[in-house]
Design a protein around this ligand. Sequence first.
Ligand code: ADP
Length: 244
Amino acid sequence: MSEPDRPLIEAVDLSKYYGNFTAISHVSFTVARGSITAFLGPNGAGKSTTMKILTGFLAPSSGTARIAGYDVETDRLAASRVLGYLPENGPLYTDMSPADYLEYAGKVRGMGRSDLRAALDRVAASCRIEEVWHKTIRKLSKGFRQRVGLAQAILHDPQVLILDEPTAGLDPNQIALVRDLVKSLAKDRTILLSTHILQEVEAMANQVVLVNEGKVVFQGTPSELAAGRSLEDRFRELTKGVAA
Ligand code: ADP
């Protein structure tokens, strides 16, 4: 496959077992360049587990994850250069200010002083966190904390973003802000974002991968998923939710 056509995210037959428990089983899907793909599924379906594997934070029991063609286990450094990740619970170092945390994150990535300074200015503006720049992250609202997490994810200007439930726990105003931000980031990037919320798919995604009980049960566009019915009906059908 020629490089421009190569999917930027490839999950190839991924399985993960915790003891006897199967968290994900033979998960395969691809994310095409330039798409916003919703990784949709009920709670416990295996979304976070898959995302941790795709980002190299968790080793799969079997299978391969590739970012921009790089195997995340054997070519981790190359993969991490093109990848930004917003983990499930946002920024870790909550006793730091966004300024200190993001500077630290840039240094860990090996960014040079002048590149880092320019990147900090860029993410402070694009994620709209200037007003909390020197406050303690722990004291920020969830909406601001999530935007600090996004700033960390895009600091090195990666082509690929993997965002684990970016709007979880936010109020409607904060959700609107984060959705706008994600859409603006999508202009020149490829994004995989997990969610269990159907409105999120309608508001943001042009592709969907639906998982249920650790298995992929659908991949296609939102309208292919709806198949002339409602997304909610189809979600319930494919995840065996109980109809109201
Ligand atoms: P989702 O993100 O879709 O809510 P997760 O990937 O977090 O789902 O979890 C998938 C399943 O794996 C769940 O049943 C969860 O309880 C289980 N699981 C996740 N992490 C662990 C772990 N460290 N040990 C044991 N079970 C786990």
